[in-house]
Design a binder for this molecule. Structure first.
Ligand SMILES: Nc1nc2c(c(=O)[nH]1)N[C@H]1C(S)=C(S)[C@@H](COP(=O)(O)O)O[C@H]1N2
Ligand SMILES: [Mo]
Length: 327
């Protein structure tokens, strides 16, 4: 690429793995600008990843701690240590606030007061929940889940929240509802996106599941992590957590949930259908077009070249819960 940029040391070691956006959008973006007579060398690169911000002190006072929380013993153990909270809350993907991993400060612009979540479409009881209704209505528990980004890094996060199937039971999908679509908060004045490229993305961020996937025991709405309410950068006040799929399937800061008949268009699948499948189950045998998915790097302290490498597990290790959905 004719782009002027000094790579980070770990990028030299691992050049093929870049963020969700890197190649495809750079190409789309350049096609547009080259058409407009702008030279490629002037273009910014938005996919620079950095974990530098993890060194900044963590301010735990920014969100409230849950009291009387119980950890669901079915989802308490994983094959590796829980990721350091400072890393899970300072190494994020949230493109509404920028194309790097260091968006936690920018994400503080998200206005979470008086949050509402609209549930619409093919349901018997369409309704708009105040976030406080959600907190009161659904029994909150803690679950420790493995978390795998399509970029081949992985964490273990103790989420707080409730199974999606409880919300389904409340709104009662109709029999013709075959899919669900989640929409994230979007407001151009508040969510600038990853620089100049932003205008080419299909905002707002959307994701989707098959109804049977949503009904699975593991499918979770998170309202918190590490025993406290979700920080904004992790998708406050409500996000999806689907531990057997790549991280991009888990839309953050959800404002709308729609039950629909046809597979809905979703954000990354629209941007790059051969790179980001709608199904997106974690699968070591199905490489991303630009890198292998056979192994993953466990996010830890220091630079990513020093992170431990582990084999990727089919369904991210959750096959016993979900493999039957795909037979
Ligand atoms: N609205 C929205 N949701 C999103 C994203 C995003 O950019 N915008 N990024 C996704 C991706 S690619 C990942 S890996 C996870 C990251 O979640 P975390 O920052 O809490 O680790 O959020 C997902 N949900
Ligand atoms: Mo991701």
């Amino acid at each position: 690429m004719p782009l002027i940029r000094i790579p980070k040391s770990w990028e030299i070691l691992d050049p093929q793995i870049t963020s969700e956006t890197a190649f495809l959008n750079r190409r789309r973006f350049m096609t547009n600008l080259i058409g407009a007579g702008v030279t490629a060398s002037l273009l910014p690169l938005t996919s620079c990843q950095s974990s530098d911000s993890s060194k900044t002190a963590l301010d735990k006072s920014s969100t409230q701690a849950y009291s009387g929380l119980t950890r669901n013993s079915n989802f308490a153990k994983v094959d590796r240590a829980i990721t350091d909270e400072a890393l899970a809350t300072k190494y994020n993907n949230f493109y509404e606030y920028g194309g790097t991993k260091s968006i936690w400060q920018a994400a503080q612009a998200l206005p979470t007061e008086n949050w509402k979540v609209e549930v619409a479409g093919l349901v018997k009881n369409p309704r708009t929940y105040d976030i406080d209704d959600i907190y009161k209505k659904f029994p909150i528990e803690e679950r420790v889940y493995r978390f795998r980004c399509v970029e081949a890094w992985a964490m273990v996060v103790p989420w707080v929240g409730f199974p999606m199937k409880l919300l389904m039971a409340d709104v009662e999908p109709q029999s013709n509802a075959k899919f669900v679509r989640f929409t994230s908060f979007y407001d151009k004045k508040i969510t600038p996106g990853p620089g100049l490229m932003s205008q080419f993305y299909p905002w707002p961020y959307t994701e989707g599941l098959r109804i049977e996937e949503m009904a699975n025991d593991l499918a979770f709405f998170a309202t918190g992590l590490y025993g406290r309410q979700l920080p904004k950068q992790n998708g406050a006040p409500l996000r999806e957590v689907i531990p057997w799929k790549y991280g991009f399937k888990g839309a953050k800061s959800i404002v709308k949930i729609e039950f629909v008949e046809k597979q809905p268009a979703t954000f990354w699948n629209t941007v790059g259908p051969n790179e980001y499948a709608f199904e997106a189950n974690v699968n070591p045998d199905q490489p991303h077009p630009r890198w292998s998915q056979a192994s993953e790097r466990v996010v830890g302290p220091g630079n990513s070249w020093s992170w431990e490498t582990r084999p990727t597990l089919p369904y991210n290790g959750y096959g016993e819960y979900v493999a039957s959905l795909y037979r």
